[in-house]
Design a binder for this molecule. Sequence first.
Ligand code: PLP
Length: 381
Amino acid sequence: MHIYLDNNSTTPVDERVAKYCHEYCLENWGNASSREHRYGWNARDAVEEARYLVSELTGSPSNTIFFTSGATEGINYALRGFVGFRDWHKKKIVTCAAEHSAVLTTSQILQRLTSVELEVIPVDSYGICCLEGLQKSLNTDKHCLVAIMSANNELGTVQNTDSIYEISKNGGAIFLCDTSQSFGKSSPTIQDFDADIFVVSSHKMYGPKGIGAVVIKDSVTLEPLITGGGQEGGVRGGTLNSPGIVGFGVACRIAKEDWESDNHRITKMRDRFEATLLASLSDIWINGLGAPRLSNTSNIGFHGIDAKNLIRDMHDIACSTKSACSSGDSGPSHVLKALGLTDKDAYSCVRFSLGRFTTDAEIDYALKKITHSVQKLRQII
Ligand code: PLP
């Protein structure tokens, strides 16, 4: 038995999506920028239909959607496009300590390479950004960009994006929101809250990998990240990944139809998962419990246990100690450290993330396996 409880890392591609990707690889494989023949026209029509489907789920007009290779590229585009080539000393990036490495590392590199200022705001014990700190950070003459995600990838806790938007607007700042973990999962459109730039990723919502989008409001102008053929309105050059784009569009259509029932089912499974573990194991805790959280995420600390040993012992349960994008780094999770956990406690935490295809039977199996492994490892210590 192999059970996948790592859906925040990536989701399996929905079969309904794969069918379309397959068609646009093998049949309608034209270049969407070829204007002089049917192959190009077919691909262009499919790309524009997908752009419409993405725009429906984002709640923003099609002309604000620019396809990228995923969230990391979208974040790089927003941050690097904001910093640009001039007036660095007049600009500032504000972010928070529990952000994804795509934001933190890129901001640190930009700070090193240019004279742009960077301020990293602390988070509370739930991973929620300190709003007072954010407000103070915008008390400056500099033009600011605030980069804060909608929901944390390791904890599932949800930021107070309405207040972040309001504080950003009052401070004259641009608000960049990485919605990779919530888009298509936690509400029908991301425009239930406001931001100037949204970043979305297809492989977190049952679409193919290597595709995503950045949604940019008309009021924002950024330097292009990739120049060349002038595709995507000159914002992102390069031949369009039409099979990926078509798949992403279909994934958005399905999310619009299914998110509510998915969410209902997944919340019930996640709550049962946590309640059963809390009842059957002593000395465990749930990171982020008590704050608003994504319905699918459960980050659990097992006192006295090295999470890597636990994951190895449960070999047929796929879960993780931290974000896949920082798993090459052997230190403790920077997110858990930002909550104030000691190194030892941070090394004891495992993220379980459920998804559309998780079943009750799989949760039953995982519960037995986790309980057995934790009890066994505790006896060895
Ligand atoms: N932002 C968040 C919150 C994520 O969870 C991830 C993926 O792990 C990314 C950004 C990077 O997304 P992508 O793989 O599409 O570049």
